[in-house]
Design a protein around this ligand. Structure first.
Ligand code: PMP
Ligand code: GLN
Length: 380
């Protein structure tokens, strides 16, 4: 049979590749983003409790009501938006599935979608598999700032969606109020949806606030926010998250979600609802991860790596141009195989492969791990 791929450019993700290389060479894995410490015992006990209470059959398609109510309460308290959990919150199998369904629900063949690169890797294939056309606006190190007037020039009558991500993976940059004002100006009088990936909503540092799309009612009319509880719960393996959007968008979103996954695992949803009852479980994450960022930054002091300070996420970028002029993909491999620390090369998030000689390190690790990594990297 002659098979013609719908995604000929897609291979194995850089996260899988680098984690495998790290394992193969016994390197410290600061590449793929996941904590090397466990989620809380209280959370695990809650999962067990709900399993034993026999919450083991299908959840309702949009998610367990207790969890959706909890999200609505949290959105009201943190972002000042009143939402109806019945019609505006859908629990998803992680942010990835939420993003996929949001893109599939609205993107038709030949629709253009503006992507800001470097971009997290799951947006582009979701657009392409639906026949959409990704249109790229590329940021540059070290500020990675969006010049909205330039981005606006990419808009045509075929533009259907703009995808944004704050806090931003891989750069660690966060949106300011002015970014949202510009985005609102651009999207407002056009038929353009805004999809905001807020996977790291609770990981924002130095006293700054997370500016969720949900703080901007005018954008919310045409917007969907995507969240990942994997980051909030230190449980990336659970693949749990949610999508918040106004009723008309959520209705369309659920038409795809319903047949993509139908519903997400039940006991974990109940456990998350009970866990989030205490807001300190997520409000303390900023400080917790800021400490880790600062620990990594001080462990790297005296090295030839130059940090581009992270404002959010659990990633910290380093410019290595004082060490080598080899491509970042080669350098990241060599870091793993020769120097014992696995990193992610940032150019893989650029479809142009534009290379600023910057690598990404994940600091969601114990201080012991970060200290050992620093020790190895200071020798280079
Ligand atoms: N968006 C961004 C920016 C991410 O970094 C990640 C992965 N950590 C995801 C989405 C996917 O999240 P999940 O594991 O919940 O699918
Ligand atoms: N989001 C994680 C990262 O940026 C990776 C998740 C995955 O492996 N798909 O490292």
């Amino acid at each position: 049979m002659l098979l013609s791929s719908k995604l000929p450019g897609v291979g194995t993700t850089i996260f899988t590749v680098m984690s495998a290389l790290a394992n193969e060479h016994g390197a410290i894995n600061l590449s793929q983003g996941f904590p090397n410490f466990d989620c809380s015992d209280r959370l695990k006990a809650l999962v067990e409790k709900y399993m034993r209470l026999s919450y083991n059959q299908y959840a309702p398609m949009p998610g367990v009501p207790a969890l959706r109510n909890r999200i609505a309460e949290k959105v009201k308290n943190l972002y000042g938006l009143n939402i109806d959990p019945e019609t505006e919150v859908t629990i998803t199998a992680g942010a990835t599935q939420g993003l996929y369904c949001a893109i599939s629900a609205f993107i038709r063949p030949d629709d253009e979608v503006i992507l800001i690169e470097p971009a997290y890797d799951c947006y582009r294939p979701a657009i392409e598999v639906n026949g959409g056309i990704p249109v790229t606006y590329e940021l540059s190190a070290p500020d990675y700032r969006v010049e909205w007037r330039l981005l606006e020039r990419l808009i045509t009558w075929k533009t259907r969606m703009i995808i944004v991500n704050t806090p931003h993976n891989p750069t660690g940059k966060i949106f300011k109020k002015s970014d949202w004002e510009e985005l609102r100006r651009i999207a407002e009088d056009r038929d353009i949806l805004v999809l905001c990936d807020e996977a790291y909503e609770h990981l924002v540092f130095d006293g700054k606030e997370h500016l969720s799309l949900l703080r901007y009612p005018k954008i919310y009319e045409r917007g969907l926010s995507v969240f990942s509880f994997g980051k909030t719960l230190h449980a990336t393996g659970w693949k749990l998250g949610c999508v918040v959007g106004p009723p008309d968008l959520t209705r369309e979103f659920r038409k795809v979600h319903q047949f993509n996954v139908f519903a997400v695992n039940t006991p974990m949803q109940h456990a998350a609802a009970a866990f989030f009852e205490d807001p300190n479980e997520y409000l303390g994450l900023n400080e917790f991860f800021q400490k880790k960022r600062d620990f990594l930054l001080s462990a790297m002091e005296g090295s030839r790596f130059r940090p581009i300070k992270s404002e959010g996420t659990y990633f910290q970028l380093f410019d290595y141009s004082a060490i080598s002029d080899e491509p970042d993909t080669e350098f990241a491999k060599r870091m793993t195989t020769e120097f014992g620390v696995a990193a992610i090369p940032v150019s893989v998030f650029n479809s142009s492969h534009h290379d600023d000689k910057v690598i990404r390190l994940c600091f969601a690790k114990t201080e012991e791990t970060l200290a050992r990594a620093g020790e190895l990297l200071r020798k280079i």
